[in-house]
Structures are given as structure tokens and as C-alpha cells.
Design a binder for this molecule. Structure first.
Ligand SMILES: CC(C)(COP(=O)(O)OP(=O)(O)OC[C@H]1O[C@@H](n2cnc3c(N)ncnc32)[C@H](O)[C@@H]1OP(=O)(O)O)[C@@H](O)C(=O)NCCC(=O)NCCS
Length: 335
């Protein structure tokens, strides 16, 4: 059975840098509050006045960068898996949009998955299973988000609006006969009883019409979150999932070269680090620069870690995520 190895990673973020001070002009918040509670110093937003872009546009550029890094062309892709909570359209999904924009040959399948901050890990498990079973040889896995057009930049939305940013990242996974390397294991979980704790409730197929002026007036089109409850579950579930996948493969936390936690809040990452008793050099964070980019957050951090030379062949890499749903999980990879 072949192993699924990372052949290349890439990312793309919009040029526009948005500081905490800029947000403080739009709502009752401050640079001090945002940095103290989240660690975020800035994020990237699409500049809709200059160059409007949807998540599929960002995803297309990230995918191109990942293919370049892998030394592969669009014709080498056998399957696309695309994760987002901010697709360009209600349907069809962004997967086929990226396929067309990259000119990936007709006939190549494109999956769209909706697992929010855990989207990349959910996609990784699909890619891993496909590759190990010989269904597809080279899988293009993309996480991409444009949050900025869907946030409420007013006092009512401040708890949510200050934490999210736009961004995109991708990885090419391929089959390898090297049994020592690649994805060693993935543990995924979900608990739908918490679906309403972090959600955007409108437009909804359970409502007729799906959206009305009254709904828009109440802000139902914007994400709502019970921040403290999300925080509490995130700092419990991520270490739990990491411990689970490590135990299955008889790996001790001290043997991990790098842990990349989903970038939701620097305090969450630091608590996950403490619970796993990891050293500072074992954990990679970049939320300071990008905020929470949801499905893009793990591959965006992974690509930066790779470019900074933080991973070498044979290193043990752990990825972990927690997000809306709730969904969560962890992956163990031999780089
Ligand atoms: C959102 C979050 C940063 C808030 O931090 P917190 O320490 O829990 O803050 P609190 O909820 O205690 O809020 C403290 C106060 O700040 C206020 N506040 C909320 N957002 C604010 C903002 N942007 N600026 C200033 N004050 C704000 C609150 O209204 C509250 O005021 P009150 O004490 O008068 O009621 C934190 O709960 C969090 O990160 N949760 C998880 C988020 C997450 O990961 N979401 C994505 C899922 S992956």
C-alpha cells in the first residue's frame, strides 16, 4: 500500500494588511484588547475596491504555488479536495471553480468539504485514504477563505470580526513507496450538538424565503459565536486528539519536531502547548500576522514553516484543529 506524502505546499494572501487600529475605527475595540485576548496584530483582507476576489481566486493562486513547489503541472492532478466555509457561490462549490481557473483537465473530480476550521484535516484524511487505496495518485488539497465580506464591522459583531482574516493555502499529496514517510495517522471527530455555538444561520434552506430584509436587519447573515464555550472546548479537544494519534503510533510528545495547531487564538495555541508539555521550539504559530483563516490556517502555517526550514526529511509533524460543528482532530506525519 503506498503512503501519502506531501510533495509541495503553497499559499496566497491578499496584499491588503489590516491593523487592529483600523478595526478600532469601525467598532468599539482596541489594539490592546485584540492583542491581549487573541495575539492577533494584523490580518489580510481582500481589497474589494481595487481587486475583488472570492475564495476560489485565492485558492487558485495558492494551488498554483503548491504545484510549483512540488514541481508538478496542472495535468498531474488526479483529484481536487477543497475546504472552505466562505465559497464564492451557494453552488456549485469552489472545487470546480478552481479546476476551471487552473485549467485542470475535464474529468478530474473535485470535492467540496464543509468542515470549517477542521476542513484541511478532514480533507487530508480523504486524500490519505484515496492515495493509500490507489484511487488517486496525486491529490490537490486546498483550504481557502474570504471572511472579510461576511463579517459585521460594528459593535454588535466585534467579538467575531476582530479574529478572522482572508487567506488561502494548498498542498499536493502524492503516492510514495517509502514506508517510512508520509501521513502516519489521522483522528477526526465531530459533535453536532454544538452546531449553534458557532454558526451563520442565514440564508437557510429551513426558512422560506431563505433570507428576508427582517433577517438581514437582525444580522442573521453574520457569524455568531459563544466565544468562551468555543475556547474551553478547543483547549480540551485539540490536546485530546493529539494524544490519541500519538498513542496509537507510540510517539511521545517530546519526539515531535513541530506541532501546528489551527490558528484560532494565540492563547488557545499556548494552552494546547502547555497541556502537551511541548517546548516553544516545537510549536508553530503565525496568527499574529493573519488572524484566523479557518480552512486555510493549518496549510498556511505549514507552508511558512516549510519555507522557514523548520521541517526536514524524517521529522515528526503533528497538525491539530478545532472548529465550528464542533469538529476537531489531529494528524501525525513523518515529513
Ligand atoms: C473571542 C475571544 C477572543 C474573547 O475573549 P475572552 O477572553 O473570552 O473575552 P470575554 O468573552 O471574557 O469578553 C470580555 C469582554 O470583552 C468584550 N469584547 C468582546 N469582543 C471585544 C472586542 N473585539 N473588543 C473589545 N472588547 C470586546 C466583551 O463584550 C466582554 O465585555 P463584558 O465583560 O463587559 O461583558 C475568546 O473567547 C476566543 O478566542 N474564543 C474562541 C474563538 C475561536 O476560536 N473561534 C473560532 C473557532 S475555531
Amino acid at each position: 500500500m503506498p503512503n501519502a506524502v506531501f510533495l509541495g505546499t503553497g499559499h496566497f494572501v491578499p496584499d491588503r494588511v489590516v491593523s487592529n487600529d483600523e478595526l478600532a475605527k469601525l467598532m468599539d475595540t482596541s489594539d490592546e484588547w485584540i492583542q491581549q485576548r487573541t495575539g492577533i496584530q494584523q490580518r489580510r483582507f481582500v481589497d474589494f475596491d481595487k481587486e475583488p476576489m472570492g475564495a476560489s481566486d485565492l485558492g487558485t493562486r495558492a494551488a498554483r504555488n503548491a504545484l510549483d513547489a512540488a514541481g508538478m503541472s496542472k495535468d498531474d492532478v488526479d483529484c481536487i479536495i477543497y475546504a472552505t466555509l466562505s465559497p464564492d457561490k451557494a453552488f456549485p462549490g469552489d472545487g470546480v471553480l478552481v479546476q476551471a481557473k487552473l485549467d485542470i483537465p475535464a474529468g478530474v473530480p473535485a470535492f467540496d468539504i464543509r468542515n470549517q476550521c477542521s476542513g484541511f484535516l478532514y480533507g487530508l484524511q480523504m486524500a490519505n485514504a484515496f492515495i493509500r487505496q490507489g484511487v488517486y495518485k496525486n491529490v490537490l488539497l486546498i483550504g481557502s477563505e474570504v471572511h472579510s465580506s461576511g463579517l459585521e464591522f460594528a459593535d454588535r459583531g466585534r467579538e467575531v470580526s476582530v479574529i478572522f482574516g482572508d487567506g488561502s493555502a494548498a498542498a499536493v499529496l502524492g503516492a510514495s513507496d517509502d514506508n517510512e514517510r508520509g501521513v502516519l495517522g489521522i483522528k477526526l471527530h465531530a459533535d453536532g450538538r454544538f452546531a449553534e455555538v458557532l454558526e451563520t444561520s442565514c440564508p437557510s434552506s429551513a426558512l422560506n424565503p431563505r433570507v428576508t430584509k427582517e433577517m438581514l436587519d437582525t444580522g442573521a447573515q453574520y457569524p455568531r459565536m459563544q466565544g468562551k464555550l468555543v475556547f474551553k472546548n478547543a483547549v480540551q479537544r485539540m490536546p485530546e486528539a493529539v494524544s490519541e494519534v500519538l498513542a496509537e503510533h507510540h510517539v511521545e510528545p517530546r519526539d515531535i519536531k513541530l506541532l501546528i495547531p489551527h490558528q484560532a487564538n494565540l492563547r488557545i495555541s499556548e494552552m494546547v502547548q502547555r497541556r502537551l508539555e511541548l517546548r516553544d521550539d516545537q510549536v508553530f504559530n503565525n496568527i499574529q500576522k493573519y488572524g484566523n483563516t479557518t480552512a486555510a490556517s493549518i496549510p498556511l502555517a505549514l507552508d511558512e514553516a516549510v519555507k522557514e526550514g523548520r521541517l526536514h526529511k524524517g521529522d515528526l509533524l503533528v497538525l491539530t484543529a478545532f472548529g465550528a460543528g464542533f469538529t476537531w482532530g489531529a494528524a501525525l506525519v513523518r515529513w
